[in-house]
Design a protein around this ligand. Structure first.
Ligand code: FES
Length: 503
């Protein structure tokens, strides 16, 4: 059964099914609400004014003023009226580009969890970040496999494509300029969803990607409404689980001259990595890390947004937290989770095998308490035993996959001189804590570099250089893709990789 929803102040009205969250109903009307915790009722950042027939208040909504609801939590149960006073802020057209004649290009990184867009001035070559939003396909599952499974239903497959096209179009329409070119980078499944290709073969044995190179098309031919109707390219994929994002990272580091003794990992919901040993060759693999590092399957997890605990340390016997924006902690993001876990291990509250103590031992750092939910870092923001297990699954997968690549290449980790960590969270992570939690093998002689979002960077480079996509294609042919799921011994190695390091 569906009901009428009136939106104020615009006066527009729409129909929404009973049980739809206000956030989804508004999204269907093209109104995007900021949702740093992924719509799980944790961060409190998605409030709207709403009246009419709505579900009863639950959880965090109980402390909100009358008529104010969390749009991710409140559901339609009859006709309702919503005043949208906290929409996701319209992205700001970068100041450096404002007033310039262009032409302009958009680089779009479609991650499993989030989407990032930058705008490049093609005359100066300058690229600036433009927008960031959570991937709207999350309502069909947190990971690639769940979305591929969901897409088996014909309606869902079309909906998955429509959602991502809609939000990219809405974002770029807000820039107030016309685009001459757009380049998209993403893992293979994300590229397939955008292009409307059947992702089924990516998710079933023998896990093949029937199409690896994608033609450049007008945005309108891809079902997007982007001002200027730009020619839109998609970075080529390597295999079912190694996408244009990995190929882009390879091309970015290769262009900078790093071709040997290099290990690269893009830490996201999928961990994609390659190894270039001194003996030559490129070995690559992908592993499922889950969205823990992006704050998405963590009890109080959120993206690195205002209110997120992003760093934790022990200072003078007390736990010290840093919160983005400096206000009250609303949740915790990936870097905060890594720091907090390392500190809790150092304090003896979490064991090397990941078990959490039931009480705080005398002499433990001040500023913590343990409830039946877990260890509280600040007020209601806590880390549960399950959160630690999810972090272990992420780090176990990346460590096991990296060790297999080393074995496959016959490469000693001591021979690696450069470790590149890509991914949005990488720039702010404490490398000491990353090593302490043993996310990677012991690259004892390597220098670690955090590259930020190389997937987006590759798309930007492709906006500027017409030959860049071709060079990605050539490099890609040298990749030996190591399929982990069918490899004997992977499960044993994964289980052996779950413990935190003992030093
Ligand atoms: S998105 Fe609704 S509380 Fe975080």
């Amino acid at each position: 059964m569906d009901f009428e929803i009136r939106i104020k102040p615009s006066g527009r009205s729409l129909r929404a099914e009973e049980g739809t969250t206000l956030m989804d109903a508004l999204a269907d009307a093209g109104i995007m609400i900021k949702s740093p915790c992924g719509g799980r009722g944790i961060c409190g950042k998605c409030t709207v004014k709403a009246t009419g027939r709505l579900s009863p208040r639950t959880g965090r909504e109980e402390g909100l003023p009358d008529g104010t609801r969390l749009s991710c939590t409140a559901r339609i149960s009859g006709n309702a009226e919503i005043t949208v006073d906290e929409v996701r802020k319209a992205p700001v057209f970068p100041e450096v580009h404002a007033g310039k004649p262009g032409p302009f290009a958009a680089a779009i990184d479609i991650g499993t969890t989030s989407v990032k867009i930058s705008i490049t001035d093609l005359s100066s070559g300058e690229a600036r970040p433009y927008d960031f939003f959570l991937n709207p396909q999350r309502r069909y599952g947190d990971d690639v496999i769940s979305r591929i499974a969901a897409s088996a239903g014909t309606d869902a497959r079309g909906a998955l494509s429509k959602l991502i096209r809609r939000d990219i179009s809405a974002s770029l329409s807000g820039a107030g300029i016309a685009f001459k070119k757009a380049v998209v980078s993403g893992n293979t499944a994300m590229s397939y969803f955008l292009l409307g290709l059947d992702p089924g073969p990516l998710g079933r044995h023998p896990y093949t990607a029937p199409v690896l190179d994608f033609p450049s098309l007008r945005a309108s031919a891809l079902g997007m409404e982007i001002p200027g109707d730009p020619e839109t390219g998609v970075l080529p994929s390597v295999s079912a689980f190694l996408g244009g994002d990995l190929a882009g990272g390879l091309a970015v580091t290769d262009a900078a001259g790093y071709a040997k003794n290099v290990f690269y990992i893009d830490m996201g919901t999928n961990g994609e990595m390659f190894l270039r040993p001194s003996s030559g060759g490129i070995y690559a693999a992908s592993c499922a890390m889950g969205p823990a590092l992006e704050g998405m399957n963590i009890s109080c997890g959120m993206t690195a947004d205002e209110g997120a605990i992003n760093h934790v340390s022990i200072r003078q016997g007390s736990f010290a937290i840093s919160v983005i924006g400096g206000g009250k902690a609303a949740g915790i993001c990936g870097t905060g989770l890594i720091d907090a876990t390392a500190c809790l291990i150092a304090a003896g509250i979490i064991s090397r095998s990941g078990s959490m103590a039931k009480s705080i031992a005398p002499g433990s750092p001040a500023g913590l308490f343990i409830s039946e939910k877990g260890v509280h870092l600040a007020g209601d923001v806590f880390i549960s035993q399950k959160d630690i297990r999810n972090l272990q699954l992420a780090k176990g997968a990346s460590l096991a996959a990296a060790e297999i690549l080393l074995e496959e290449a016959g490469c000693d980790p001591g021979s690696i001189s450069h470790v590149f960590i890509a991914g949005e969270f990488g720039e702010n992570v404490d490398v000491g804590n990353l090593k302490r939690l043993s996310f990677l093998p012991d690259f004892r002689n390597a220098v670690y570099f955090f590259l930020g979002n190389t997937s987006l960077r590759a798309a930007e480079m492709a906006c500027l250089d017409a030959g860049f996509i071709g060079r990605i294609g050539s490099l890609r042919h040298g990749i030996r893709a190591v399929e982990l799921s069918s490899r004997p011994g992977f499960d044993e190695k994964f289980l052996a990789s779950l413990d935190f390091r003992a030093d």
